[in-house]
Design a protein. Sequence first.
Length: 172
Amino acid sequence: MDLLEIQEFSQIDGRKLMDLYGESNAENVDYFYPDAADKSAALAKVEADFLAFIWDVFLQNRANRYMVLTEDGVWISALRLYALGDGEYYIEALETHPAYRRRGYGAALLSMVLERLRKEGPFRVRDCVNKKNTPSLRTHEKCGFRAADAVGHDLLDGSVNERCFTMEYRAT
């Protein structure tokens, strides 16, 4: 397994990334384009919007990183790591390709990311995880995260989500 640390859009293989997030993108078709008659065209739009977000927003902060776990050239698991400053980070969009789930790849990715951050000095990472997403909660706990709050705090937009926990990992 290898960890790709992407900080430039040119490092992204759009097709591999969209395949990894395929299930979520399909769900987003109904969310963003519920009245679309042509679901294939709507999916293409969701994918284009996703990549545009990475280009236009996420990677505009040069300290942000897209972390991707690969094996034999396949993009298996990924997450967006937002650098908030002063050793503070926020995780978003932790996903494992459906064909590779339940094999420990999500935990491997999180562990590798934490190890990379540990080399940079003290840090704190937070994430919002849906209370009903037992596999993700277990993955976070396996990697040393703990529930820091009974509600999810989105550190990017300041919103609070009662359906989520704020998960936290600290390294001093």
